[in-house]
Every structure is written in structure tokens, then in C-alpha cells.
Design a protein around this ligand. Sequence first.
Ligand SMILES: C[S@@+](CC[C@H](N)C(=O)[O-])C[C@H]1O[C@@H](n2cnc3c(N)ncnc32)[C@H](O)[C@@H]1O
Length: 427
Amino acid sequence: MSGVQNNPALFDFHPTAAKARSTTTFVDNMRLPVHGWFRYSAGFSAQWAADLIRESDASRVLDPFAGSGTTVVAAEECGVRGIGVDVHPFVSRIGRAKLAWRADVDGYVTRANAVLARVELERPVTLPKAPLIAKCFPDEHSLTDLLRVRDAIEELRVGDDIDELLWLTFVSIIRACSPAGTAQWQYVLPNKTKSRVAEPYSAFSARAAIFAADMRAMQSAAHSSPEGVYIEGDARTLDGVPDGWADLIVTSPPYANNFDYADATRLEQSFLGEIDGWGDLRPLRKKLMKSATQHMGGWDPSESLDSDLVEPIRDELTAVFGRLNAMRKEKAGNKAYDLMIAGYFLDSAQIWHALRRASGDGVKVCYVVGDSAPYGIHVPVERWLGDLAVSAGFKSWSFEKVRDRNTKWKNRKHTHPLHEGRLWIEG
Ligand SMILES: C[S@@+](CC[C@H](N)C(=O)[O-])C[C@H]1O[C@@H](n2cnc3c(N)ncnc32)[C@H](O)[C@@H]1O
């Protein structure tokens, strides 16, 4: 493995098989039971997470940025206790719904069939208000059919886990039923079209068959494993995670690269009537870890630059902030990368303190992260994160590069190579 060690600190926790696999691709998860129930582009490899859990002999695994729940489901597969935390309500609901794989399979199949029977009633539907939906679903018949499935699931709710499984079955077919393209991330591109578009009733029926088969497979493989826990909450506080709980932390935070997680499930949330337009994303943006310029409205950078929490990196952070601030004045677009970087590292410092509280002595941490270069100004993300972790009470860190990566920064005049890898921390 061509890992790089940027830190001379001694560190010997590198489970060999786990590190040889790709961490960052979610695509393989689509073939795995339960993991494949929703394609979350921000996710990492479930197989890698499971290998890491097994090889580290952990018994309590925490993921403070749980996303679609990859780590928590992997912990269940390994027979160990898992807690996942994510602040995004819709993504949290997806993660929690996956944990319902223990529900009665025959009951699920019966209820999925009841949904399909109910759509035959051809009831009138109410179109979602969001203009995005009309753009992404130009075929009225297909849109109506999809809305009938949505409504049937709501009408047949009884208040149990199977409701959530049916909800996720539906959520997971929305994109497949739209001819709109998507970017590498989960942005929607209404003006690009894809060649294969699914028909709603057969898509729902096919997904339900996959869910049922996966539930059966998981129930026979992991029937006695402890149930994972998914908390909708903030990594900066980790409320609900007991003191000293974790002996392994496996996670991937938002990168400081301007991806707006509030936007990740915009199509699905628009379809379900939870949001009508951009303005409705604002409350969630306020809650997310600061990692995109859209998260920064009205924020005062002195909160970070004057905080004791950033002490180990204060001089460098202030210098980078100053350069970004100067660039911002020069460039068109007035992008608040200066604020984003200041906010990102204050949030990160808070997260390390929360993780320190929630983990025991000797905890191992694997933090999958990439560096960043807004306006071409390089930010040594892993070194700063490592130093902040040590300042929060962890013992040492090292960085193992996994791959180089291209980002939009790279296309803009600067040539600083960017990479992605694993920040290994020992506590
Ligand atoms: C890289 S993704 C993690 C994906 C996950 N590993 C998976 O396989 O699905 C980062 C996650 O951090 C979440 N997040 C952002 N700010 C957060 C915060 N303050 N507390 C907890 N989670 C947060 C985002 O909603 C996003 O789901």
C-alpha cells in the first residue's frame, strides 16, 4: 500500500487487509444486502468498514458522521455494538430505516403488496410545489404513478418499522424514475437526461423484492448481533453517546471542499413536499458542520480565530484566512472560503473534544478525509486535524494517503495536488 506518513509520531494501528481496500467508494455497497438500499454518494465502502471493525477487535464502534448508516450496519454484521450520529434529518431517516432490516419479512411483503393494490384505485394526486419536480418528471403519467405510490404508503401507515422500510423503498426509486441526470455527487441536473428510466410500479415492486431478500439474508447472517443505534444529532456535542463509550471510531466527515450536504437529498425531499425551493434548505445549513460557503451566512470568523480551541493551528489558520479573504476581494463571486475554512476548523476542534469525551482510553480512530485548496490556496487539512485531535486529548496521529483526487479547485489555475486518505488517531 502506498500510504504516506506525514507525521513522525509512532503509530502502529494499520490493519492490513482493511487498508488495502478502497475506503471511499460507495458504489460496491450497491451489491451488498441493506447497504445497497440507498445510493448515498458521500458514503464509503461497507466491506472496508467491516474489515476494519473485525481486525481491530472492537466491541463498540462510533460513527459521528453516520450518513446512510454504513458503519452502523457494518458493526451489526460484525456482531458488535454500533452508534451512528448525523445531523441531517432526511439522511438520518434513511440510516435509521436501514436498521429496520430485522422487521418481519412476510409482514413487509404483505404491506408492499397492499401499496401496489392501493395504487390501482387511481386516486387523484397533489403535485409537489417544488419547481424542481416538474423539471425532473416531465412525463405526467409516470409522475402521477409515482405520487400514487407515495400516497398509498402514507395512507397505509400503522406506526411501525415496516412503515419506514416502505418509505425507504419508495425514496430509493425516485431518482431511477426520473429521466434527469445527476452529477458525480448527488446534485440533480434536470437538463441532462439518462437513457434508462424506471417505470414506478415495477420499480417499487422490484425494490421491495430486493429489500425482502436482503432482510432475509441479514436475518440469517446477523440474527443475534446487537442492534445498532442511529441518533439524529450533532457531532460537535454527540449528545446521547455515553462518556467513554467507543473503542473504535470509523468515520468520514464532510470535507472542506464546498459540498453542501443540505443539497444532497433535495430531489427526494422536494418530491415528498418537505422543501419547495432553495430557501427551505437554510435551517439545515445552519445545523451542518461548516464545510461550504452556503453554510456561512452572517457568521463571525472571530468565533474561530479567537477561540482557545484552535490554539495549536491559530497562526497558520489566521494566515490562510487572511489570504483567502484577500482573494475573495479580488475575485468575482465573493466566495466566503475564508469563513468556511475558519468555521471548518473550529467545528473540527469541537468534534475532537466531543469524540474524546465519548471514547475510552486506547480508542482507535480512522477519519477518512481529503485536503482542500479553495482559490488555489492549500489547506493542510490532515495535519491541522491531527494537531487539533492531539490538543483535544488524543495521543498521536498519522496519515495514510489513499488516492490523489481532482476537484474543481484543481481546474482553476492552481496546481497543488490534492489527495484523500485515512487519518489514523490513537487515544
Ligand atoms: C461523508 S458523509 C458520511 C457518509 C457515511 N460514511 C456513509 O457511508 O453514508 C458526511 C456526513 O456528515 C453529516 N454532517 C454534517 N454536519 C454534521 C454535524 N454537525 N454532525 C453530524 N453529522 C454531520 C452530513 O449530513 C453527511 O451525511
